[in-house]
Every structure is written in C-alpha cells, then in structure tokens.
Design a protein around this ligand. Structure first.
Ligand code: GLV
Length: 328
C-alpha cells in the first residue's frame, strides 16, 4: 500500500520524526532557512500532511497547490501563520500544540521581566566590553519586582502560569482578559480590570499573553503606551504585531515608558537597522520562549501525533478547526 506523503518544513527533534517515519513517506526540509513560499508549494504538491512551523505561511495559494492535503500540523500553539478559515473550507485539519509549552514560556517571561527590571543584558554587555572599572553604589540601579503591580493582558494558560510565578516574587496581580476568570480568581489573588483603559495606568510591568487576531493587532499602540506610568516596563512573549512597534520605539526613546523586553517582533527577524536595537532600554530575543530541549521535543511529538491522527481518520487531539473533521 502506498504510504501517505508527509513534508516537514524544518528539522525538528528526532522523537517526532521517528513517529512520522514509521507510518509515512517522509521528507524533511534540511535548510537553515525555511522553504520559500514557492518551494513550500512545490513540496506540498503531492503531500497528504504538512508539519509546519510559525515561519511557514499556510494560505489559500498553498492550499490550492496541495489538492491531496488532509492536515497541516503546526509546531506551535499559535496558528496565526495559517489561514484556518481557508483550510476549513477545503476540509484540511489544522493541528496545534497548546499546553506542553506553558511552563517553559512562563519561565521565559519571568526571565525577561527580571532582565528588564535588573538591567541584566545591559550590564552584561558592559562587562564584556571591558568597561567595568569599579563597584559603584549608583551603577545599574534597577527596579524590584517585589511590591510592584504586574498587569497581565490575556489570562490563558501561559498568563496564569506567569501569575503564579509573579506571586512568588511578591507582585500584585491585575489582569485583563476577554472573559473574566472567576475560577482562577478564587485560587489566586487576581484583580480583574474590565479593559486595558483601566489596567494600563496602574501597572509597573505589563506582560502580553493574547493570541494574534485582527482584534489584538496593535493592541498596544501610542495611546495605550501614553496611558502607562513613565516607569513602566513592557514584556512581550506573545506575537510581535500585538504591539505597534513604531509607537513602542517612540515611547521608549521619549521616556513615555521605561523599558521593554521582547521575545517577538514585527517583522521577524527584526531588521538589524531597526532603531529599537540602538536603544539601551530594550532587550530582544529571537522568539525563543518555548525553546527548551524538553518542550521543543514535546511540541514536535504532539504535532506528529496530531498529524498521524488526521491521516488515520481520527480528530487530532489538538485541532484548531474541528468543524473541518469528516468521519471517514
Ligand atoms: C510559539 O510562539 C508558539 O505559538 O508556539
């Protein structure tokens, strides 16, 4: 019997490839850079399954080029790189990897929060440049987390894990979420803000945990930044376009807010010429919040399981469009 053809767009941990290899005719893109849209269309032409990452744009043009496609399994919790509506229209299932990366992303958010508050990156650069001449009582003064207010925009699984960790740092927690989380409020000292308008003026630190949708694009723009304290710091581990990056640059340059730590930018990668990179009060990492050995393996394995389920005629355990599922 002919084995179903599957294309994997990047090298992923071996445990996932072994799972896929057992039941499919597998091809794995070996490039350091992802396939171009044209290359991806070519590879998808006779594929029944695609294992994709957030750097692959899965749009109508790609789906049209892949008439045999049954499933696109994204190695990410976000699916903003996939046109899910177009996939659904064609009966193509879309897999995602929620849950398994939650703690890893929350830990990294804390790393960025601390890096910003205590100027870790800036002072590390100073030492590496050979500029450290003496201990000085006024050098690299930062901000404590203890006693400060953390604003959380989006209280999903990751936002909630960040809240738990911030509590151990004795922060006060205020959140804004599309729906009020009564159950979570019973277990944690969380104060709900009915909107960003109420949330932003009171926070010392703001962390973003919303998916990228048309509603959340530029959620944080000039007006929102202007409503924050001049001492406030912004952390973004969600998606770059949730923040209006030009407005953020101006706010950081002009002292409208104090600092930012970004794991995501718009676009990715950020241009080396981007003026944000010249500011001392910005930390930028290359979209690595979920990048621990264990978590990237769990994500890839889950994505492989989603893909194989679809090929076997089952609903993938984590599916962004279950309405596209047709029982065989
Ligand atoms: C990473 O950004 C993800 O969505 O998993």
């Amino acid at each position: 019997m002919e084995r179903p053809r599957v294309f994997v767009t990047r090298t992923v941990p071996d445990a996932a490839l072994q799972l896929l290899r057992a039941g499919t005719d597998l091809e794995v893109w070996q490039g350091e850079l992802p396939p171009s849209p044209g290359e991806l269309r070519e590879k998808a032409r006779d594929a029944v399954g695609l294992l994709t990452t957030l750097t692959d744009r899965v749009d109508a043009a790609l789906l049209d080029a892949a008439p045999r496609l049954k499933v696109v399994s994204n190695v990410a919790t976000g699916t903003d790189n996939v046109d899910v509506a177009e996939a659904t229209r064609r009966g193509v299932l879309v897999g995602r990897t929620p849950g398994v990366l939650v703690k890893t992303c929350a830990e990294f958010t804390m790393a960025l929060l601390l890096a910003s508050a205590r100027r870790v990156v800036e002072s590390d650069r100073y030492v590496h440049q050979g500029a450290w001449k003496t201990w000085h009582p006024m050098a690299f003064l930062g901000r404590d987390l203890a006693g400060q207010t953390l604003g959380i925009a989006g209280l999903g699984q990751i936002g909630l894990e960040v809240a738990r960790r911030a509590l151990a740092f004795e922060m006060r927690l205020v959140y804004f979420s599309r729906t009020r989380k009564h159950e979570e409020e019973r277990h944690l000292p969380l104060t709900w803000a009915p909107g960003l308008k109420e949330l932003l003026p009171q926070v010392d630190f703001l962390t973003l945990h919303v998916p990228l949708t048309p509603q959340t694009r530029h959620l944080i723009g000039e007006r929102e930044l202007a409503s924050m304290k001049p001492t406030a710091m912004l952390v973004n581990t969600s998606r770059g376009p949730v923040v209006d990056q030009r407005a953020l640059y101006q706010a950081l340059r002009d002292g409208v807010i104090a600092a930012a730590a970004l794991d995501v930018t718009d676009p990715e990668p950020i241009s080396p010429q981007d003026p944000l990179l010249a500011l001392p009060n910005v930390v930028i990492t290359p979209h690595i919040a979920s990048a621990s050995h264990a978590t990237r393996t769990r994500m890839a394995v889950l994505a492989a399981e989603n893909l194989l389920a679809a090929l076997e005629g089952r609903l993938p355990p984590h599916c962004a469009n279950p309405e596209a599922f047709r029982r065989p």
